[in-house]
Design a protein around this ligand. Sequence first.
Ligand code: NA7
Length: 559
Amino acid sequence: MEMEGTKTHYEVIVIGAGVAGIYQIKLLADRGIDATVLDAAGDLGGTWYWNRYPGARFDSESYTYGYSFSKELLNEWHWKERFSSQPENLRYLNVVADKFGLRKYMQFNCKVEAAHFDEAQDLWRLKISDGRELTARFIVMAVGLLSIPTLPRLKGRDQFKGLSFHTFSWPHEPVDLKGKKVAVIGTGATGIQVIADIADKVAHLTVFQRRPNWSAPLHNGPISDEEMADIRRRYEEIFTTCSRTPGGFEHEPDRRGFYEVSREERVKLWDKLYDMPGFAIWLRNFREIFTDEKANAEFSEYIADRIRRRVKDQKIAEKLIPKDHGFGVQRVPMETNYFEVYNRDNVELVDITETPITEITETGLRTADRYFEFDIIVYATGFDAITGAFDHIDIRGLGGQKLRDLWAEGPTTFLGFMVHGSPNFFMPSGPQSGSASTNFPRGIETGVNWCTKLMDYMWAHGYTRANATEEAQQSWTDHVKKMYSVMLMRKAKSWFTGYNSNIEGHEYGKTRYFVYNGGQPKFLSQIAEVANNSYKGIDFNSGSLLAGLKAEDAARAGK
Ligand code: NA7
C-alpha cells in the first residue's frame, strides 16, 4: 500500500475544496473511487474559507443555499439566520465534511500550477506547488467562480505602511477597527456589505466610489426553532421550486405583463417587494425589467426614489443612485442599513470619477484634489470572475492546446461543463453553465451530479477518454451568446460580462459570454437531453486499451 503523501496517481483529482469540491468528493467516496481534493488554501470552505470580512453573508436564503443531497443533514442542521454569515457558513461546510468523513480525502496548501493532458495514456499530469507531480484519469475543476481577487493598478500600492488587504484576503485574526481611520475602495456586493457593517465600529470611514450599484434591503432575521421545523418539513417542496425557477431560488417572476397592469398595480407590487427578504425585489419582479429599457427605467426610478428617502443629504443621495445602468442588469447587492451609513458624521463618500485616486502613499492615499490619511485600506475591488481561476493554471489539452489561449477573448464550452480539446476535464460550475447565473449551490449540485454520471457512464463502458466535439461546443457557445441578445445585461459593466478594469484585456466593450441566461429549467432539460442520448456531442475513446479507436467502432469490430 502506498503511503499517504507518496501516492502519485488517482482516478479523479478534484481541484478546490469549496461547496462544489466537497460535494464532488462525497459522490466519489460513495462510489469507492480513488480520488483526492487539492486546495491552495489552508483548509476547506472555498469562498467561505477566504471571505472573512465583516458583513460577509449569503444573499441567498440560507435554506436554499445548503446542500440538498442528504435528508439526514437537512434534518440535523439549523440555519440560525435567514441569510447566514461567513463564520456560520464555514462551520456548516466543516460539519458536512466531518459528518461524511470527507476530510481524509483532502490535501491543503497545495496549489495546482499546471495540468497537461497525456494523450498516450489518457490522463492528466499535474504539477503541484509543493513540487509533487500527480496523475489522474479525470480532473474536476471545482475552482470557484469568484476566487481570484483583483487589486487596482494604483501607483504606490505596495508603499502603504498600515494594514491593507482585499476583502477576499481579510486576515484570519481579528482586525481591531476601534478608533481607526479606514478607507474602503469599491461599492459592489462586497463593498456594500463591509461598509454597512463597519461604519459604526471605526473612528472614520471614507468610501471611494467609482460607480454606485443599485441595492435594496436584505431583511435578514433569525430563524426560530419552529420556523426551522417548518422549513425542514418543506425542504422537498423548496428544492423543487428552486429547480423550477430561472434563478434557482424560491423567488418566481411575476407572470403578469408589465404593460398589462396599471402604474398603481406596478407600484403596489414594488412596495411589497421592497419589504420582502432577499432577491425578491429582483427576481419576483416583472420579467420586462430584464429586457425592456422603458420598463427597467420606470422601476429604476422607483428604487432611486427609495434611496432619496433614506439619505438625508440629497447631493449624496444622487451620488448613490446609478446613472449609467438600470436596476438588475448587474448583480444586485443586498444591503442592511447601507444607505443610512451616509447619514453618519464619521462617514464620507468620495466620488472618484470626479476626483480619481492618483496614488497610494506610506500613510494614506491621494486623489486629484486631496490627501487622506488612513490606518487601514480595504480593497473591495472584485474578482477575475468565472474564468480567472482557470487562467491561473497552465492547462494544456490535446496537441498542447492552452486553455488560457483558447479563452483569451472569452470562454467557449460544451454545456459549461467541458471544453473541446481538453478531454476528461470537467467543470461542474464552469463558465456558460447554469451555475454561474443561479443560486450557486443549486447549480453546483446539478453540475456535480451531471459530471459524476458522465464518469459513471465511462467507467461502465470502459472508456478512458471523453472529448466534447467542436461542433457541439460551437453550437452551445452560439446558444449562450444568442440569449444575451435580449438581455439588458449584455451592456453591463459587470463581472457578468467579464468586465474588470484591473485586468488587461477585460476592459469594457469586450463582452465575455460567461453566464447562461436561459434559466434553470431550460438548462436542466438541455443537459438531461445530452445525457439521455448517450452523451450526444461527446466523443468517447477507450484510448489506452484500443489505441485511439472509438469505442463503438471497437465494439462493432467485436473487440
Ligand atoms: P464587484 O461586484 O466586481 O465590485 C467591485 C467594485 O470595486 C465595484 O464597485 C468597482 O467599481 C470597484 N472597483 C474595481 N476596481 C476599481 C478601481 N481600480 N478603482 C476604484 N474602484 C474599483 O465585486 P464584489 O466583490 O463586490 O462582488 C463580487 C461578487 O461576490 C458578488 O456579485 C457576489 O456574488 C459575491 P466599478 O463598478 O467597476 O466602477
